[in-house]
Design a protein around this ligand. Structure first.
Ligand SMILES: [Zn+2]
Length: 133
């Protein structure tokens, strides 16, 4: 069976589409030493601290592993999963429903009109038969 698929670009949930994630080593460090705590430190003390935490040369951001740095994923979805197509299908179903209601209403009117005609012809026949008209 043939199947039509649509390409969907979706932002990476791991990096929110940036392609990078914060280096967990730096996150741990910044949690222990918020910026305010570092300001009072001398350059020498700061360097020593970075050496202690093995952060010298360690990048603050890493390429996201989930998306390999692209920031998004390309996935294939069925055409019925495309929001625009879903909207069109919903509108078509509504049109069909409205058309169905109109058809039923017109049919009822037609039956009622026929019943009136039949009733009238019986009345005419009855009146004629008994000379009431
Ligand atoms: Zn990512």
């Amino acid at each position: 069976m043939e199947e039509y698929l649509v390409q969907k670009n979706t932002p990476c949930v791991e990096c929110q589409g940036s392609g990078y994630i914060s280096n967990p080593l730096w996150l741990d460090f910044m949690e222990k030493y918020p910026p305010g705590a570092l300001r009072s430190m001398s350059a020498e003390e700061y360097k020593l601290l970075l050496l202690t935490y093995k952060l010298v040369g360690e990048p603050e951001k890493l390429t996201c592993n989930a998306c390999k740095g692209s920031g998004d994923f390309i996935i294939l979805v069925g055409i019925e999963d495309v929001p625009m197509v879903q909207d069109i299908l919903k509108r078509l179903a509504k049109l069909e429903e409205d058309k169905g209601k109109k058809t039923i209403s017109a049919a009822k009117d037609s039956v009622a009109a026929k019943n009136d005609d039949i009733q009238k012809s019986y009345e005419d026949e009855f009146n004629e038969k008994f000379g009431l008209k």
